[in-house]
Ligand binder design. Structure first.
Ligand code: DCP
Ligand code: MG
Length: 370
């Protein structure tokens, strides 16, 4: 195989398969080969964090209400998440990545980009390296990962998703145009349900359609993101792999499909956002001391309101009452909202939070006879 062109990068994307569920099957052999769902229980309005591949054949997937999952797959085994274990495995795999290159950008506990341009000479070598990393993950953790190899982040990520589980997919630069032309728009980075529906409404189904539409029209339609999408459709993505920086906040926000005025609806959306923030906090083993609500009104004006919680917060149920108070400070029945966001900042570790919450039991109480 010929050497890579000067200036061409070699990017790997690695993503573990059914991460939480695979760890549960690894640690509980009696669940292997069976449909396992990690997440909230069906009776308590829980949601699915992830499902084993056995459960996925029934249509179960992440973020689905657990009750729906149980209906689809009555034999499913529901297990609570063990974040401490998942975090420890995550540290193991990130260590494997960092042995190969310092340019590791984790995206979540089980997923990272690696820039191995300086480690390999050819795409073929990059592929061997990906195989070697998969082998090391298996040897050290007994878990499988899927890998994608390409010349940019966007394609490396799509490649790792192409043949899950335990896949290894390479998209060389010369094959990228044909691959992208056939790619459904939903697979493009940043295209969610709303954008996809909008594009499909205009008859745009694939990367080829995006390309034909041209940069200008896409920009008119989707703003700055439209321009980015056009570049992706042309196989251009020069975003660098960025090793982690210190995290200052954990937040989630959503631009609504339609502007809303209804307070109940806003509270419902904030509840969902709080759950997503909770998940990230639990994954990272941290808590917040400041909770911020962000609102963008329909005229694009942006406002935030924050509340300080000295004992720290981590769970959605702890955030919800605070968010309701923050919302009532902003709510205006005459104004419509187009974006809502929730974020946690002034981050502390779970241990620090526990210590801050510890109430010293008076010794008198302990010694008092029953
Ligand atoms: N996760 C979650 N809630 C979601 C999505 C994911 O709690 N809505 C958690 C559980 C997953 C882990 O994050 O195990 C990693 O997410 P992935 O999207 O990589 O999904 P999986 O690793 O479970 O499956 P896949 O094989 O598709 O990567
Ligand atoms: Mg995964």
């Amino acid at each position: 195989m010929k050497n890579m062109h000067k200036g061409t990068r070699a990017i790997l994307h690695l993503d573990l398969d059914a991460f939480y569920a695979s760890i549960e099957q690894r640690d509980h052999p009696q669940y292997r080969g069976r449909p396992v769902i990690v997440g909230g229980t069906p009776d308590r309005r829980g949601v699915v964090a992830t499902a084993s591949y056995e459960a996925r054949t029934y249509g179960v997937h992440s973020a689905m209400p657990s009750r729906t999952a149980q209906r689809l797959c009555p034999d499913a085994i529901f297990l609570p998440a063990r974040f401490e274990v998942y975090r420890a495995v995550s540290q193991q795999i990130m260590m494997i990545f960092r042995q190969q290159t310092a340019l590791v950008e984790p995206l979540s506990l089980d997923e990272a980009y690696l820039d191995v341009t300086d480690t390999v000479h050819t795409l073929e070598e990059a592929t061997w390296l990906a195989r070697e990393i998969k082998r090391q993950i298996w040897d050290q953790t007994n878990l499988t990962a899927s890998a994608g190899v390409s010349y940019c982040k966007f394609l490396a990520k799509i490649a790792s998703d192409a043949h899950k589980p335990d896949g290894l997919t390479v998209i060389p630069q010369e094959e990228a145009p044909a691959f992208l032309e056939a790619l459904p728009i939903e697979k493009f980075f940043g295209v969610g349900k709303v954008t996809a529906a909008k594009l499909r409404g205009l008859g745009i189904q694939t990367g080829a359609d995006l390309k034909h539409m041209g940069e200008e029209r896409l920009r008119e339609l989707l703003g700055k993101h439209g321009g980015q999408l056009y570049h992706y459709a042309c196989g251009m993505d020069d975003r660098p792999v960025e090793p982690v920086r210190e995290r200052k906040s954990v937040g989630k926000e959503v631009t609504l499909e339609y502007d809303i005025r209804n307070r109940g609806e806003m509270e419902h959306i904030l509840e969902q956002l709080a759950h997503q923030v909770e998940r990230r906090l639990l994954e990272l083993g941290i808590a917040g001391k400041t909770l911020t609500l962000k609102v963008r009104w329909s005229n694009f004006e942006l406002v935030t309101r924050a509340s300080s919680q000295p004992q720290g917060f981590q769970l959605a149920q702890e955030m919800q009452p605070i968010l309701r108070v923050l919302l009532s400070g902003l709510f205006d029945e005459k104004r419509a909202v187009r974006l809502l966001g929730v974020s946690a900042s002034r981050l502390i570790s779970t241990d620090e939070m526990r210590r801050a919450r510890q109430v010293v039991t008076p010794s008198l109480w302990q010694e008092a006879p029953l």
